[in-house]
Design a protein around this ligand. Sequence first.
Ligand SMILES: C[S@@+](CC[C@H](N)C(=O)[O-])C[C@H]1O[C@@H](n2cnc3c(N)ncnc32)[C@H](O)[C@@H]1O
Length: 187
Amino acid sequence: MKLKTYDLFPAFFSFIIDNKFRSLIENMERNVEIMGVKSGMKVLEAGCGSGFVTSSLSKAVGKEGFVISVDIQKKMIEKAKRKRGYLQNVDFRASSISDLSSIEDGRIDLAFLYYSFHEIGKKEEAVAELRRVLKQGGILSIKEPRFEVFGKDRESYKKFITAQGFEYAESPRNCDLLGCYLKFVKR
Ligand SMILES: C[S@@+](CC[C@H](N)C(=O)[O-])C[C@H]1O[C@@H](n2cnc3c(N)ncnc32)[C@H](O)[C@@H]1O
């Protein structure tokens, strides 16, 4: 199955997705909770951009947990480190989701993709890598922008991901104003 790849969100426009106004329209702490993040979890944030969502992830997992946040654009990771390098339980890494070789098998409780799945070029490799780093029963939690990724696209994502060893799980909420949630469990 061939899924469409969208252009990468450019690092020089990161101010559009990383600003105070976004905090007013998106309750990130609530979104992170809806996506299944809990205290003590080991989370992989795939496609972190400049780290706007990372702060809420860091708070949600707390001192007992940790977050590995990766982005394929080195410039995004440089910005994330500059703005949020103080987060003690977060490790920012420049890396593609399709090659997570620095993370050992079964290390991660929850893989978290916020507005990034549609941009991944090598989706098959990416899903295989996410599956590899997740522990058995681990969660793959995705949110996609609803005015860019439509219902039929989300149905294709479900088929594509379930064909690669994941089970679709209902999330507590399907969509909000800006995006829709997709949740899977590693079989
Ligand atoms: C629209 S931005 C969202 C960033 C962040 N999650 C947020 O909501 O603020 C999508 C990000 O995914 C990253 N991305 C796309 N494909 C990727 C890949 N294959 N591996 C790692 N990061 C990727 C892009 O570089 C971009 O920074």
